[in-house]
Design a protein around this ligand. Sequence first.
Ligand code: C2E
Ligand code: SIN
Ligand code: SIN
Ligand code: SIN
Ligand code: FE
Length: 395
Amino acid sequence: MTHSTKDIIERTATIGLGVDRLQALQSFNTRLVCMNVDESSYEEVVTGVWKVIGCDYCALFLKDPHSGQLVLQASVGYDDVSSGLRIPCDDPTSIHAQAFTEEYMVCLDDLSGTPGVNPLCHKMGSSLVLPVISNQGPVGVFDFGSNATHAFPPQEIGMCSMVVDQMSYSLENIRLVRELRDSRDAVIRGMALLSEIRDSHIGGHLSRICAMSRYLAERLVDRVGYREVTPSFLNTIERAAALHDVGKVGIPDSVLLKPGKLTDEEFDVMRTHSTLGADLLEGLIDDYGEYAMITMGAAVARSHHERWDGKGYPNGISGKSIPLEARIVSICDVYDALTSKRVYKDAWGHEETLQILREGAGTQFDPDLVKVFLSRPDDLVEIRKRYPDKEIKST
Ligand code: C2E
Ligand code: SIN
Ligand code: SIN
Ligand code: SIN
Ligand code: FE
């Protein structure tokens, strides 16, 4: 439930709220309102509540609709609890399950004689568990704990329930946005896989390109000149890199699967895959709106075969006119293509591959990025090991 300002002032007056707490509450509310839902996390919300209340422990459990269990999403203060801890909703011994099913608080003032009542911590003094109720009904529970006994007198409970109320809408928004984003990403990934499946060399290729692109981008963080490499850039490139070759879906088998070298005419056809892919993705944006992964995917698809010296395709742009994400994926794509077997060639050895990239620095590739990419070759071998090729169809 949301509260009007008047409402809050009245309630804070009755519960004797100090100025510090009021300020903490206000900044928490501001953060909830201004939060970019896509980037935010349960961690952030739980930490915010914990700062406002100032107790020793906080934890958020949400009901998993598939298993019907309460699953720990985030906690502060507890040692040794990993998110993912599950409590069955019908566990008769659980205070969390009780608060959830009865939709009513459970407050235990003195746990000193009954250690273990709260499974998150065995040496707790007092514990308050409140149901989290969204407009759809109960969605989980919020757990407050203190080392002291009797830490949750009535006015403290009033404060805790007010904060939990205010948080519950944000939680619902985070959940919905994630669910939407995950299903969207799954469909887009499926699209990328479909285009690769005809190529038959796949298996680990897409996963490696994604992991390597994120890796190279991560290594740019904090370097001068790469302010655009933010956490959201990292999350986006990791997914968008998979889209670099979606346009291959429009290349006829006779060209795509040709066992030997392509003729000039065939290579002209092959080169259209970058424009085909970018146009496909930009069409999706026109029809369904902006989505960071698609927007970046379109830039990567269009420009991943451009060259630093301007001799690439489709537009012959050069240097920093080539979007950074495409310069990154280009290096990772060629590294992976060279170290892999293709219908038209055998795999190159690791050393030869590094040599080709080194030689391409400043002509084919952004020399700065190549330097960073090649500075820890063991990392590349490690990524390759993590995503080995799986033969999907023999050629
Ligand atoms: P791909 O196999 O995924 O290769 C991606 C890029 O890696 C190539 O882009 C190229 O820059 C680099 N690359 C791959 N193999 C080699 C190599 O042996 N030597 C060097 N120096 N670079 C290599 P490119 O050339 O624009 O090719 C785009 C796509 O066109 C390739 O994607 C592949 O599907 C197809 N293709 C290119 N050449 C041939 C060919 O001779 N025969 C067939 N059947 N397909 C080819
Ligand atoms: C997030 O928590 O919003 C980022 C998770 C991801 O999609 O990588
Ligand atoms: C930037 O100056 O932030 C861009 C750096 C680059 O594109 O390489
Ligand atoms: C190749 O396909 O063998 C070379 C392509 C390039 O370096 O532009
Ligand atoms: Fe390509």
